[in-house]
Design a binder for this molecule. Structure first.
Ligand code: SAM
Length: 258
């Protein structure tokens, strides 16, 4: 595995603004920071990693690339490896959305001075979008790609615009047909880009929920099941509305930086 042969990692790398000092949290083998520094996209990088095994692999990979001066490898939980102000962009990729939001939430003060967050949740992207929105970050790009049969969503966010004396605000959530809840689920920029992978993802999600609903209907006497059933019914309505509203759009999933 390398960035060059992974469309997922390549797309994440393309979201990193050139010239930014970056931190890659949960870096594993440090493939991404090695690529960004080697290609001259980032002048320096920090690879943060919690676990010993991946940490050793990161050291090996960075040493082999001859980049141990430019890439600092630090062991620790989430953003705890960073000092406020030492990086311009943070990448957190390849984890669940809930873990990504808890990493951001646990150490929010260390985001001071950060100009860009690049996040790639494997699941639960809506919880990441919701967190960004309610913590003053504005989506500037979203991408959706397919690799080895799996679909991945990624997003870049910057500190949100502020209208005079008002709360931070993200214009991406102003949509003529879809509510904020719809947009948290499917991605406000992805829904505008449409494209084949987006439709494949949401046709698949619709199918999964319809199947689950069918089995739940058979056991609907339990209150817990009823609650999940109602949530799925709501999400089915939302997904159908999104698919209807974007149906026929033929734009590429790899559009420009918005
Ligand atoms: N970011 C890489 C990518 O996208 O290919 C690696 C993803 S890998 C699936 C997740 C990595 O995050 C693992 O190496 C794991 O040890 C690390 N990790 C999990 N929780 C973490 C945390 N709280 N802080 C730092 N690293 C963490």
């Amino acid at each position: 595995m390398s960035v060059e042969n992974s469309i997922r990692l390549q797309t994440i790398a393309q979201l990193v603004p050139s010239g930014y000092r970056i931190a890659d949290i949960g870096s594993d083998h440090a493939y991404l920071p090695t690529y960004l520094v080697r290609e001259g996209i980032a002048p320096v990088a920090i690879a943060g990693e919690l676990n010993e095994g991946p940490l050793q692999m990161a050291h090996r990979h960075v040493d082999e690339a001859g980049l141990s001066q430019e890439i600092a490898i630090r062991q620790g939980d989430g953003l705890s490896v960073l000092t406020p102000g030492e990086v311009d962009a943070i990448v957190i990729a390849g984890m669940g959305g809930t873990l990504i939001t808890s990493i951001l939430q646990n150490d929010e003060a260390r985001l001071a001075g950060v100009q860009c967050l690049i996040l790639q949740p494997n699941v639960a992207a809506q919880s990441v979008r919701r967190w960004l929105y309610s913590h003053g970050w504005q989506l500037v790009a979203e991408r959706i790609v397919k690799e080895d049969g799996k679909i991945y969503e990624m997003m870049a966010a910057e500190p949100a615009q502020r209208k005079e004396n008002q709360e931070p605000w993200d214009p991406a959530y102003d949509h003529p047909q879809l509510s904020q809840e719809h947009l948290f689920l499917v991605g406000p920029l992805l829904v505008r880009q449409g494209g084949a992978i987006f439709h494949e993802k949401w046709q698949g999600e619709l199918h999964k929920r319809e199947q689950a609903l069918e089995s739940m209907m058979k056991a609907k006497e339990q209150e817990q099941v009823m609650e999940q059933l109602r949530r799925f019914q709501d999400e089915i309505t939302i997904i159908k509305e999104v698919l209807q509203c974007t149906y026929g759009e033929k734009q590429s999933s790899n559009g420009s930086r918005n």
